[in-house]
Design a protein around this ligand. Structure first.
Ligand SMILES: Cc1cc2nc3c(=O)[nH]c(=O)nc-3n(C[C@H](O)[C@H](O)[C@H](O)COP(=O)(O)OP(=O)(O)OC[C@H]3O[C@@H](n4cnc5c(N)ncnc54)[C@H](O)[C@@H]3O)c2cc1C
Length: 384
């Protein structure tokens, strides 16, 4: 029996793109329902601007999700407690909903407690309120050691922690205290943005050297001691006066409990169609695991979620309208690396290329910086 409905689980970067694309393509009698636990949408790439002191209100770019209804998209505000992929049913705040298609865009949850000491010691860059507190701490910081710490992989936006380190460096230059502050970046990764390949990695490493930010790859944190301001790694330790952290990421609990995740911890999908192993059920964006020909996973970033959402919407619409679902995600993507003082680098290319992603790295320019700044309004205007 047809329910003439698509349930979009999660109203983030991917879910909002999917819902808008579906609405545009599906006949009016087909319902498109976004289910999201937050009332407002926040595009979190602005955390970097909050941290750097360019924004004082962390909710500046927020949009009310109820505005989606003006576009013919239904919005259900609630926590998705259960997903039954086989019957395409979900439970939201005790209510059961059923649809012809489930489009899962539930993203990645942050799990700071998975690193002992993290919640009480680090400013969590991926939390807007922490980014605001970090802004104040940086304004007062005049001497000492600031460590940017990536705790685990994968994490959202492979460039963001590097951008944070560069932006902090620029901020300290502007304050006239850079010479009195040591910066360092620790990560379990073997190089910056490993999926982008060795060339991009060495360019970013050189940029870190030029900015006098010592880089410590292959460092996996075990715990953080707040009292002594020490970070203990699997072999070795370091100290900090101010700690900027990227916490571990996990698939949302409802996804894990539904048995949708595999041993990677994320939902395996067909890389071209984003189909799960259940008929009519798609998963994409941060919650999905797409293994690349080189054995690495497609990074977690909004630009991928957006491109994947379009493919899913096109294929669902084709099927509903009696056609052949022919759209395929080809693996194209891009990323800006903002470094402060109005400059950003840019890398783009094909992540599905074999034997490894084929990307082009474009050096720092003010044009890339302006393009990155335009992203927020372009996205928000296209969704609301
Ligand atoms: C500081 C920072 C900078 C970034 N910069 C960039 C950038 O420059 N470029 C880029 O491409 N990406 C960037 N990203 C990454 C980007 O934000 C994510 O990759 C993107 O949002 C993923 O989209 P998604 O739809 O998969 O997940 P999300 O956008 O996270 O959406 C998932 C949604 O699901 C909801 N949800 C989860 N569980 C439930 C539940 N049980 N019930 C109801 N709702 C639920 C969540 O509330 C959330 O709204 C950045 C991220 C951060 C933190």
């Amino acid at each position: 029996m047809s329910n003439k409905a698509v349930l979009v689980l999660g109203g983030g970067w991917g879910g909002l793109t999917a819902a808008n694309e579906l609405r545009r393509r599906l006949p009016p009698e087909y319902r498109v329902v976004v289910i999201e636990k937050q009332r407002n949408y926040s595009l979190r790439l602005s955390n970097l601007w909050i941290m750097a002191g360019e924004r004082t209100n962390p909710n500046e770019g927020d949009r009310e999700l109820s505005k989606l209804t003006t576009k013919g998209i239904e919005f259900l505000n609630g926590n998705i407690e259960k997903i039954d992929a086989a019957s395409k049913r979900v439970e939201v705040s005790g209510r059961v909903l059923e649809a012809d298609y489930l489009v899962i865009a539930l993203g990645a949850d942050l799990a700071p407690h998975e690193v002992p000491g993290f919640p009480e010691s680090a400013y969590n860059l991926y939390d807007a309120n922490h980014a605001l507190r970090l802004q104040r701490a940086l304004q007062e910081f005049t001497r000492g050691r600031i460590v940017t710490l990536i705790t685990r992989t994968p994490f959202k936006c492979p460039a963001a922690p590097y951008e944070a380190a560069f932006l902090i460096g620029s901020l300290l230059i502007d304050k006239g205290v850079r010479a009195k502050v040591e910066l360092a970046l620790y990560t379990p990764e073997p190089q910056p943005m490993p999926v982008a390949g060795p060339e991009a990695g060495s360019i970013i490493q050189r940029m870190l050297e030029d900015a006098n930010i010592p880089y410590f790859p292959r460092h996996t944190v075990r715990k953080i001691e707040r009292e002594s301001r020490r970070i203990l790694f699997d072999g070795g330790e370091t100290t900090y006066d101010l700690l900027v952290g990227i916490p571990p990421h996990v698939a949302p609990r409802v996804v894990r409990e539904a048995g949708l995740a595999d041993s990677s911890g994320w939902i395996p999908v067909n890389p071209a169609t984003l189909k799960t192993s259940y008929d009519g059920v798609f998963a994409f964006g941060d919650v999905a695991a797409i293994r690349l020909p080189n054995g690495m996973f497609l990074p977690k970033a909004g630009v991928f979620a957006e491109a994947e959402a379009r493919v899913i919407a096109e294929n669902i619409a084709s099927e509903v309208l009696g056609g052949e679902p022919r759209s395929r995600y080809d693996g194209d993507g891009y990323c800006f690396i903002e470094v402060g003082h109005g400059m950003a680098a840019f890398t783009s290319g094909n992540f599905y290329a074999s034997p490894a992603p084929r990307l082009k790295f474009e050096p720092l320019s003010s044009e890339h910086y302006r393009e990155k700044r335009r992203m927020e309004s372009l996205l928000l205007d296209s969704w609301f």
